[in-house]
Structure formats: structure tokens, C-alpha cells
Design a protein around this ligand. Structure first.
Ligand SMILES: [Zn+2]
Length: 258
């Protein structure tokens, strides 16, 4: 993290005045956010609201990771993209919206999905990873890289009107492979989704991340936050580490770069 100790400018105080009043956040929280690089993958119904909320809060740098162009079927939930962007790069549209919205943050775009080849160099450059990928292969790759490089990851996923958020801190919590040792058999790439539900889950994930970065409030560790939006019930489900987990079972904090 950089610039953590530099005092806020008058411009910062003007922009972030209302959140500086939040108990436990304050100027120190704002400086910590400014000193943080957050990676978000992908930039869809979950990742778009994540990137938007992080930009609004004044995160220092965003790395947006997403391949492909905007299609008509994306627009029921893509809050960073516009009708006129159809057929153009999703990640470029998202970055343009975010830069116009908050020109005081840095936004980097990576126009490809996470792969086993690129995941290590992406995760190493981030202080925290927000995982909004729909495919288990990408989620597993980010999870393993976060454990390798000792980075916290907030994983969000949804189906229909239900969704979940899990905070993964290597060495302190179960990892994604503890929850899913193998990819679920019946997982479908295309799933039913209403934008308001994915936005709720994306914002829940960002709040957990902001709490982790700033020290405000209580981060839900060793817990799955499960939202059933059909009844609007939020459950907290306890999670346990698998001692024989192939990814985090042998984790040693001292052997990893921080
Ligand atoms: Zn594990």
C-alpha cells in the first residue's frame, strides 16, 4: 500500500466529506483506501457495482479484468455500460464510466479473463482481490493465486435471487477450495439474474472489503453471508477450513510475500 500516511488534501475532504463522518472510518480510513490497489474480475452484474462502489469510496487504484465485448443481453445488469457501447470492449466502457465518475482514482484495464497464465502477475499487483467471475475455473485460479501470494479475496456469487459473499484471508479462513474441493457438476454458465440482486451482492462484497482495508466495523471471517432476496433473509453460515485442502492446507504465512 502506498500514500497511506500522506494527509488528505482539501479536495479529498470536499469529495469524501460525508463518509469521513462515518464512525471508525474517518481520515485514516480514507487514506488507507487511497493507498490500496483493488483487482476486480469480472466486470459484470456483480463486478460492475463492485468497481463503482470502490471508485465512489475513493480506492486508490482499480485493476479491471474482463475479456469480450458488450452484448444486448448484458444490459439488464451492467451499470457501467451504455446502449451506445454495444459491440465494444466491456472493460474499456467500464473504465471510461469510472474515470468520468471519479477522475481522482487510477483505473487500469486488462481486456482478458483471468487465466492460469496471467493470474499470478495480476494478483501480485493488487492489495485485495474482488472475485466476481461466473466460472469456477477463474474463481479457483484467483483463489489459489491469493493463497500463494497471501492476498485477501472477497468472493461473490449468485444464482436466481440468491447469492453469497465469502471473505477469504489466507492462513486465517477457509479458502474457496475448502468450500468447493471440485467444481459442482450441475453448474450452468448462463444463470437467471436480476440486476438489483447482483448489485446488492456486489455492494455487500465491497463493504466487507472496505471494512478489511480500513479496520472499520467487523469483517465476517470464517462465515458465508448468504442472501435470499426472495424473502430478503440474510443468513451467516459458519465455515471450516479443510485440513487436507490442496490449496491452503499447507499455507505458511511466513513463506508468502505480503
Ligand atoms: Zn482451502
Amino acid at each position: 500500500m502506498e500514500d497511506e500516511l500522506t494527509a488528505l488534501s482539501e479536495r479529498d475532504r470536499a469529495f469524501y466529506a460525508w463518509q469521513l463522518d462515518v464512525p471508525g472510518f474517518g481520515e485514516e480510513g480514507q487514506r488507507r483506501l487511497r493507498g490500496t490497489t483493488a483487482m476486480v474480475s469480472r466486470i459484470g452484474g456483480l463486478g460492475g457495482p463492485m468497481a463503482f462502489a470502490l471508485a465512489a469510496a475513493g480506492i486508490g487504484r482499480l485493476i479491471l479484468v474482463h475479456g469480450g465485448d458488450l452484448e444486448p443481453s448484458d444490459l439488464n445488469r451492467q451499470i457501467l455500460m451504455r446502449h451506445e457501447d454495444l459491440g465494444t470492449s466491456r472493460v474499456a466502457s467500464a473504465a471510461a464510466t469510472l474515470r468520468a465518475f471519479n477522475p481522482h482514482i487510477e483505473v487500469e484495464t486488462v481486456p482478458s479473463h483471468v487465466t492460469p497464465e496471467n493470474v499470478d502477475q495480476l494478483v501480485q499487483r493488487a492489495d485485495i482481490v474482488f472475485d466476481a467471475a461466473p466460472r469456477f475455473g477463474e474463481r479457483f485460479a484467483m483463489n489459489a493465486a491469493c493463497v500463494r501470494h497471501n492476498k485477501p479475496m472477497i468472493d461473490a456469487a449468485m444464482y436466481d435471487l440468491e447469492g453469497q459473499v465469502v471473505v477469504i484471508v489466507p492462513g486465517r479462513t477457509p479458502c474457496l477450495a475448502c468450500l468447493y474441493p471440485e467444481e459442482p457438476v450441475h453448474w450452468k454458465r448462463r444463470f437467471p439474474v436480476i440486476g438489483a440482486v447482483s448489485a446488492m451482492l456486489g455492494n455487500m462484497a465491497v463493504l466487507e472489503g472496505i471494512k478489511w482495508i480500513t479496520g472499520m466495523g467487523e469483517v465476517n471471517l470464517n462465515t458465508m453471508l448468504h442472501l435470499d432476496a426472495r424473502s430478503m433473509r440474510l443468513r451467516k453460515i459458519s465455515l471450516n477450513k479443510r485440513l487436507d485442502c490442496e490449496i491452503c492446507g499447507a499455507f505458511r504465512e511466513s513463506s508468502c510475500g505480503g
